[in-house]
Design a protein around this ligand. Structure first.
Ligand code: 4NP
Length: 144
């Protein structure tokens, strides 16, 4: 799960998807395309909205996406088109490029990007939580 900062959207996506899959079979992780917040915990607003829904993401640590992730993961879900472009730039083969998908392309909502809630209010985090949850439900069904 990849977003820009790895403190708002992708930590939620990591926590939500992990809560829906068999931890012994599926490895779920998240990263940011930028390194602004490396080593930090998720944004307190993401921690809070996850907690409200019974998911603890407070122990996650921000890291930056790296080329090695293409070797480790079968699917790389990005939150928006900027993330998509940034990750594709790091791919070194068509096989790697094909692993990269917009998260919301897994579902039929009326938008295909998870909006960045960083500069908005708490409502934005709940909204983002709901759309990520729907997409993760579809992914969990697909991979289980
Ligand atoms: P995220 O949100 O990509 O969902 O983690 C952001 C977090 C931090 C910043 C931008 C977006 N920032 O500019 O620091």
């Amino acid at each position: 799960m990849v977003c820009l900062g790895n403190i708002c959207r992708s930590p939620l996506a990591e926590g939500i998807l992990r809560s829906k899959v068999d931890k012994d079979k599926i490895v779920v992780d998240s990263a940011g395309t930028a390194g602004y917040h490396v080593g930090n915990p998720p944004d307190r607003r993401s921690i809070s909205v996850a907690k409200k829904h019974g998911i603890d993401i407070s122990l996650q640590t921000c890291r930056q996406f790296s080329k090695d992730d293409f070797n480790i993961f079968d699917f790389i879900y990005v939150m928006d088109k900027n993330n998509f472009d940034d990750v594709i730039l790091l791919a070194t083969s068509e096989l790697e490029e094909k692993k990269v998908k917009l998260l919301l392309d897994e579902v039929d909502l009326n938008i295909n990007e998870v909006p960045d809630p960083y500069y908005g209010g708490t409502d934005g985090f709940e909204n983002v939580y709901q759309m990520i949850d729907i997409a993760c439900e579809a992914i969990a069904k697909k991979v289980s």
